[in-house]
Design a protein. Structure first.
Length: 425
């Protein structure tokens, strides 16, 4: 059995193609079943996120082309177009890739933790649909364990490397617990959405979202039990805000020094932490001159991000060393499965011979034959039957000068005896 991975990600395919090749939750059961029904495909799992779509398979023969063809047909896309952006990993490469993905080493944001949860979801869906088996199941479980080890033993996830995460992390450093804070978010684009998710995960008490389009702000606010307002109403709500994070495409500042001064008076000069992620700026730079205001620009955060990225790159090297070891362990485990099958066959064969001889011995006893003679018959016959085929093969190996087989046989059958003699002496 061999493992393969077929897929595209943010490094190999543009967003519009990734969107077309994504599997929705509704289409996933059908995809898993139809792929597993392909000839030689024994196990299947599918990982589909905004940045990657990957098919993991266990196959009994080389059928990469059939899987590529299935991939294109399922999404009704030209196979030649897809092939330009696909990557294909075979067995050991698949094992390494799965572990790297789980650890966030292959993510757009190095070391991001969300992908491990997405892999667990992919595993759960494949398990529910009955398309995952012992080999792929073991790979996913080992990948989850490696991800946990990397996050425990390295600093890969400890430092923020996105402006949204950096802004929230800095706020947490200043306020400690964010649960009792009120946050005003200005804008409703991707950066603010990501910031909102980070804040919500920290248990922020109150989120206010201000945007030119109130409907868009309301849509985002509804996800997090927040409140939506228009940009024109910022001045009326600024005094309620302990934290202000802004990221719009406005060509002119949205929050001026005078507006902030009036908000501070209403707050009785209780400090406000402000982060301006916009270029051009949303918050007038002069706001930073006010007492009780802590204003950070995107450049301030970028220096922190650059330092943290260097830290993550170093941690990634440590993570790869851990993965190297775990890939080796996985391969050793898989190779041991072959021994399990052989041992089972040997046991079955010897048990069959034993049963045959035992039946004859019982008949001899029933016929009144001497018990001692029957025991001798039993012992001699078993010995002869067990050793007949090995003896024949060993004699042939000796005639063919295959000395290594004789060495193996000696190691298998006589090493314990030699050890016993050595221990007695």
């Amino acid at each position: 059995m061999s493992l393969i991975t077929l897929g595209i990600n943010h490094k190999t395919a543009p967003l519009d193609l990734r969107e077309q090749l994504a599997f929705t939750p509704q289409s996933l059961p059908e995809a898993l079943t139809s792929l597993k029904n392909l000839k030689h495909v024994e196990e299947v799992a599918i990982l589909s996120t905004c940045n990657r779509t990957e098919v993991y398979c266990v196959t009994s023969a080389n059928n990469d082309q059939a899987i590529i063809q299935w991939f294109s047909q399922f999404h009704s896309l030209d196979e030649k177009l897809i092939k330009q952006h696909l990557y294909l990993y075979a067995h050991e490469e698949t094992i390494r890739h799965a572990m790297e993905v789980a650890c966030g080493l292959d993510s757009m944001v190095l070391g991001e933790p969300q992908i491990a949860g997405q892999m667990k979801e992919a595993y759960a869906r494949a398990n529910e649909n009955g398309t995952i088996g012992p080999l792929l199941g073991k790979l996913y479980q080992r990948a989850f364990a490696v991800s946990k080890q990397v996050r425990t033993d390295t600093d890969i996830g400890s430092s923020p490397v996105s402006v949204a995460f950096a802004a929230v992390s800095l706020a947490k450093q200043i306020f400690g617990d964010l649960k009792e804070t009120t946050v005003l978010l200005v804008g409703a684009g991707e950066t603010i959405e990501l910031t909102t998710r980070h804040l919500h995960s920290q248990g922020v008490n109150k989120i206010i979202i201000a945007n030119r389009s109130v409907d868009r702000a309301q849509k985002l606010a509804d996800e997090f039990d927040g409140e939506a307002i228009s940009l024109q109403h910022i001045a009326a709500h600024l005094h309620r805000s302990d934290i202000v994070i802004s990221s719009t495409a406005s060509p002119l500042p949205i929050i001026g020094k005078g507006t902030v001064e009036r908000a501070l008076k209403k707050r009785r000069h209780e400090p406000i932490f402000m982060v301006d992620l916009a270029v051009p700026r949303d918050i007038e730079p002069e706001v930073n001159d006010l007492d009780d205001i802590y204003l950070y620009s995107v450049d301030d955060l970028q220096s922190v991000i650059n330092e943290n990225m260097e830290s993550r790159l170093q941690a990634a090297e440590q993570a790869r060393e851990i993965i190297d070891t775990q890939v080796s362990h996985f391969l050793n485990w898989q190779r041991s499965l072959g021994a399990v099958d052989v041992i089972a066959q040997i046991r079955q064969h010897t048990q069959s011979l034993s049963n045959e001889v035992l039946t004859k011995a019982k008949k001899q006893l029933a016929a009144g034959q001497d018990a001692e003679q029957v025991l001798e018959f039993l012992a001699n016959t078993l010995t002869n039957k067990f050793l007949h085929q090995p003896s024949t093969q060993l004699r042939q190996a000796s005639q063919d000068n295959r000395e290594h087989i004789l060495d193996i046989a000696q190691n298998l059958f006589l090493s314990t005896r030699a050890d016993d003699k050595q221990n007695k002496s």
